[in-house]
Design a protein around this ligand. Sequence first.
Ligand code: SF4
Length: 420
Amino acid sequence: MDIHSKLQILSGAARYDASCSSSGSRREGSSTGIGNTSSSGICHSWSDDGRCISLFKILLSNDCRYDCAYCVNRSSNEVERASFSVREVVDLTLDFYRRNYIEGLFLSSAVMQSPDHTMERMVSVVETLRREEQFGGYIHLKIIPGSSNELVRKAGLYADRISVNIELPSQASLKRLAPQKQKDGILQPMALIGKEIATNSLERRRTRLAPRFAPAGQSTQMIIGASPESDFQILRLSQGLYKKMNLKRVYYSAYIPVLSDNRLPVLASPPLLREHRLYQADWLLRFYGFSAEEILSDSEPFLDESFDPKTAWALRHPEFFPVEIQSADYGTLLRVPGIGVTSAKRIIAARRFSAITTDGLKKIGVVMKRAKYFIICSGSSWASTGSSPLIIRQLLLNSDGHQPSAPAPSRQMLLPGLHA
Ligand code: SF4
């Protein structure tokens, strides 16, 4: 098979991975090599189908030994198979980079003969790019679960970001839908990567000469809606991953049925709104000081589709409001719907000099159509009108920002499954 046919098959197969983010890396190019993520930065450029087009996103192979129920590349599915050689991926990457088509490489693969066999070839690609070709562009490398520690460590030395797909939120679902994969085989390399990242950051504080290990961190990806876990279970899992595995990012992928299999649910439509709400809740975990247990509970295990998770939390906690804008601390301001990280910081900076008015809040960037029900500003508050949470809920539902519509179709519309 010629390289163009392979390219067509394997770049098409690679679009099924949503965890293609390239932020946070600083890799200086050398005077003799090509590429530099420091000077130009990596811009997030998304095509119509949601793919990150600044990266060359490709599978090394779609010829999989495994048979994950949700995946188009599974061994029992009849699709055209192809595999690149190491040199082919290296040459294509360099060629596209020189033509200015891409700023880096996102490399994943199906499981060929074994995890180590596949991982060895993937590491070989990035090693050749970095060492022989002096490639300084961005590299995101997937780790094949079950690969040896040595290969995982090597991958981290050459790639900017590495990621192991957690795939499904529980061991039971993995067993049912991806029987060849083990939870330990996924969590073990994640833990190793987390440890190596922490150790590397200490080493780099001692000496800047220490080689970097995955400077853009590690991420993972989870399929939402192919298995019965609740949002609460999913968020608790993500919370644990952020805390224990030093993860930078969890990506959620709404399950889109493209293969029929009696182990999979029949969905009227892909759960895109659920995916969207999970991203919002994840944001609260990472940047707003919320815990999964504050957002959801065993008695209320699913996110409210009508409201973003912060507004839903505020409506459940009237005792916390109204918040006095002039004196509330940063953490309290962050709990107010319509106030984000930037606007909370601006409020704190601005009120040092004068009292903040409602107009001032608008200028700062506060979304007043949401925030006004939860604050005291310039001595006045909606609370003084005696509005109950039920009335506020209704008023918010009537306002533009809270229609329970699904987000615009994204790359997830194309996601028949993940790979490796
Ligand atoms: S998800 Fe990965 S391991 Fe599973 S069948 Fe697809 S390519 Fe193979």
